[in-house]
Design a protein around this ligand. Structure first.
Ligand code: HEM
Length: 465
């Protein structure tokens, strides 16, 4: 008898369809996802069945199992065509989370096709990866300048002390400006793109239309840069793979926009939040001048990609206390795994001043965030957070932790707003001067009109203020 290479689930073992599943996305989850993960773990062990907007999937909670799913790409496939429920037509036609999965790009590819697509990203991102190339140096300088300009604008608009929303008035416009520049967009990207990405990721109303709009905008950008190449990521992607169609390149840019715009922005806000709330270890890293370390710690406590996109079982496999059937969808939870990790050794990992790079904030395995993108993302977060502490004498959250406006979605742990009471330093240090708009009185006191970039920045503000 021929040996069977792989095990199959024993007859009678529980299936996803046979288990009672509870909705993951509840108001309790918005406020205290950690409490929900802990309860699921107590009830089911390292892997739990949950319903995402009515569709049952497995949520992987424990660090060991999450790493196994992320690393073993032979067993855990990314291509959505492996998803049995989709193939059998069992997903509701209007299921809001499906739209994002139907945009076929690097993240949802396997094997050689995936490797080739990843090489294109690597090669296109390389010129921007660090400060040793003109492109990388200029991008770094631009991020710091944009941050300074936005804070100067805040001072000009609202005074040297008052109330501000570090989401809408700082982080979101900052990331839009960076994306506009890096992607080589002919006009400034606006908040509409951010809202469409939120709708897609959070499965909001109109997620399908929002996804189509954002992907179409990126396809137009691809066509524009093909006709007029520049010193930007879009043009470098075409250089790396001239065979990319506008539509295919548009899909890749769409995914990059998710990470650069939304995920990086959330990493900025989550780091600011930990520091402003007085998280002792994050603050200690910051005051020791270890900005990167502060970001790492914030990623451990609150990773912006809280629950990663689905993997699909290539064949039946035992994971945690269940048999996962071929074609089942599993979502590896970085947020839950981090809690597991912290519980394993809180004194060593959380309280120490030694770095904890074991975090899964960048993913792991074949699909982890490409190294050049990590460099870039880390630089943007460190700069954005660093400039706030450079310019603000004081910034305190105005809402208690249980009232913070978290977005309600399965993937991203992100704030809609971060309202603070602030006071700017009297005489701002650092490079606000050079080429940047002057703080309040310089422009307003004289009654001179606010021009150029300042005017452009105003348009990025909510309501075109
Ligand atoms: C702080 C910022 C960032 C964080 C926290 C982050 C996090 C992640 C995570 C967790 C993944 C893996 C997702 C999964 O396996 O399901 C990922 C993949 C990816 N990220 Fe990042 N990312 C960041 C910034 C960026 C930036 C700036 C770019 C590009 C401009 C980028 C491009 C990518 C790409 C192309 C992938 C897909 C890789 C693949 O599937 O092979 N990321 N990122």
């Amino acid at each position: 008898m021929e040996a069977q290479p792989y095990a199959t689930a024993p007859a009678g073992s529980a299936t996803l369809a046979s288990l009672p599943v509870q909705p993951l996305l509840t108001s309790e989850f918005d406020v205290d996802p950690g409490g929900v993960y802990a309860r699921l773990r107590r009830r089911y062990g390292p892997v739990a069945p949950v319903a995402l907007m009515g569709v049952p999937v497995w949520l992987v909670l424990d660090y060991r199992e999450v790493v196994e799913v992320l690393r073993n790409d032979d067993q855990w496939r990314r291509d959505v065509r492996y998803w049995r429920a989709r193939a059998e037509g069992l997903l509701p036609a209007d299921w809001p989370l499906l739209a994002g999965y139907e945009v076929r790009q690097t993240m949802f590819m396997d094997g050689d096709e995936h490797q080739a697509a990843r090489r294109t990203h690597h090669s296109a991102l390389r010129p921007f990866q660090d400060g040793h190339t003109p492109q990388g140096w200029e991008l770094r300088a631009a991020v710091a300048r944009y941050a300074d300009e936005l804070i100067a604008l805040l001072g000009a608009e609202s005074g040297t002390a008052g109330f501000a929303d570090l989401g809408a008035q700082y982080t979101r416009p900052l990331l839009l400006m960076v994306t506009t520049r890096l992607f080589g967009c002919p006009g400034e990207l606006g908040d509409e793109l951010v809202m469409d990405l939120w709708r897609m990721l959070d499965g909001g109303p109109g997620a399908g239309a929002a996804t189509a709009r954002a992907a179409a905008a990126m396809t137009r950008l691809a066509a524009h840069r093909r006709a007029r190449p520049g010193d930007d990521l879009t043009s470098y992607m075409l250089l790396a793979d001239p065979g990319l169609s506008d539509e295919r390149l548009g899909r890749e840019l769409f995914m990059n926009a998710v990470y650069l715009n939304d995920i990086t922005g959330n990493m900025v806000l989550n780091t600011l939040l930990e520091v402003l709330w007085g998280n002792a270890t994050v603050r200690r890293s910051l005051s020791a001048g270890q900005l990167g370390e502060a970001v790492n710690r914030a990623a451990l406590i609150n990773p912006p990609v809280a629950n990663m996109c689905f993997r699909f079982a290539a064949r039946d496999v035992r994971l945690g206390d269940f048999w996962i059937r071929a074609g089942d969808a599993v979502s590896p939870s970085a947020a839950a795994a981090h809690r597991d990790l912290m519980a394993l050794d809180s004194s060593h990992l959380v309280e120490s001043t030694i770095s904890t790079r074991a975090h899964l904030g960048w993913g792991a395995g074949q699909h982890q965030c490409p190294s050049a993108a990590r460099e870039l993302g880390g630089m943007i977060v460190s700069t954005a957070v660093g400039r706030v502490f450079e310019h603000f004498a004081r910034a305190e959250p105005t809402l208690p932790p249980d009232q913070l406006p978290w977005r309600a979605g399965p993937v991203v742990r992100g704030l809609r707003l971060l309202p603070v009471r602030y006071e700017l330093k009297a005489k701002p240090p650092g490079p606000w001067g050079e080429g940047a708009p002057q703080p309040p009185d310089a422009s307003h006191g004289t009654g001179r009109p606010v021009r150029g970039l300042l005017a452009a920045l105003r348009r990025l503000m909510p309501g075109g203020r």
